[in-house]
Design a protein around this ligand. Structure first.
Ligand code: DAH
Length: 339
């Protein structure tokens, strides 16, 4: 019996075919119902107890050895077959490459959704505006420097069309067509005739906010902006309001968010102050309400304008605004998992 085991072991060792059909024939010859190894097991059952003790182990090992060898050969045969047909059916499918949302869109959508959650609706206006909607109705004096050629891309003199320099023009369009209560935000693209640099571009995006009702106060503005800052930057975020000037608000302010001042990057981002300038805001000037058919003795309101690119640069730590508009896929792909 021991000799037969050794003999079969050598036979298995020698077998080397990789053709699938031959491997299968060999399996039947060894391990099939009437196979050589199977019949050894049948004989083994007839043996006396002490012989069983000696031969059980080598016999089991032989069977295991044969099974493993046959499995290996079958796998190699399968791979060979795949290679012949040029296809690997076990490969994952080729998925169509999905695009990703632009970082400016991601941030704009986030800002919009923060204000929608507290009851603001969304409004929009044209990118080419007349002087009335972009300047005059917003209380820009006739000789105000913001009307200077340097800032504005003029399209036409008669009629006086220009590319809008801010989304505050949408405020005017909303007030023209609605009476208070008004709660609206207006995301959109704006244009300025400015030198392009790491920090500014000749076109960018803003989200304008406008709230008009009876008894709206500066405290309402401050609380709303605090809510916004904490939703966007995190629940512990601190803000400060600095006095400022805009023709269409009185009083006017700029809001900063505390960013921190711990390392070199913080110094660079906050110009050494620890604070990030985030938006302009104020109480809507009574002249603006009057210009647009809303009675300033009955109603008051606040407004604000957020620069979307600036928020995107903070959010994603992007060092140069121009990267947002180069359409380099290697850059854009990095925002796939951002939201
Ligand atoms: N329009 C201003 C700008 O372009 C931003 C702004 C400031 C909008 C104050 C407002 C506001 O509505 O109240 O810089």
């Amino acid at each position: 019996m021991k000799e037969r085991i050794d003999l079969l072991r050598r036979e298995v060792e020698k077998f080397g075919s990789q053709a699938a059909a031959e491997v299968e024939t060999f399996r039947v010859e060894m391990l099939g119902k009437k196979g050589k190894i199977t019949s050894l097991f049948n004989d083994f059952r007839e043996l006396a107890g002490d012989q069983k003790r000696d031969l059980g182990k080598p016999l089991n090992e032989l069977k295991k050895f044969a099974q493993e060898k046959i499995n290996d050969l079958k796998n190699t045969a399968a791979e060979d077959r795949d290679q012949e047909s040029g296809e690997d059916l076990s490969r994952p499918a080729n998925f169509t490459k999905l695009g990703s949302r632009h970082p400016v869109s991601l941030v704009k959508n986030e800002i919009v959704s923060i204000f929608q959650r507290i009851g603001f609706n969304v409004s929009s206006g044209p990118e080419i505006e007349d002087d009335w909607h972009n300047f005059t109705a917003l209380n820009f004096p006739e000789e105000h420097p913001a009307r200077d050629m340097q800032d504005t891309f003029f399209v036409n003199r008669e009629p006086d069309w220009a590319l809008r320099t801010h989304t505050s023009s949408v405020q005017v369009r909303v007030m023209e067509n609605n009476q208070p209560p008004i709660r609206t935000i207006s995301p959109g693209r704006v244009f300025r005739n400015e030198a392009i640099s790491a920090r500014s571009h000749c076109f960018f995006h803003q989200v304008e906010g406008l709230y008009i009702d009876k008894d709206v106060s500066f405290a309402d503005l401050k609380q709303t902006l605090l809510y916004f800052a904490q939703e966007f930057f995190g629940p512990e975020t601190k803000i400060r309001l600095r006095p400022s000037y805009f023709p269409f608000t009185e009083p006017s302010a700029e809001m900063d968010v505390y960013w921190g001042l711990e390392n070199e990057r913080d110094y660079r981002m906050t110009k050494g102050t620890g604070w990030l300038e985030v938006l302009g805001c104020g109480m809507v000037d009574p002249n603006v309400l009057k210009n647009n058919g809303i009675d300033p003795d009955v109603y008051s309101g606040y407004a604000f304008g957020i620069g979307v690119e600036r928020m995107a640069l903070h959010r994603f730590q992007i060092p140069d605004i121009r990267m947002l508009f180069e359409n380099d896929v290697r850059f854009l792909e990095q925002f796939k998992a951002a939201y």
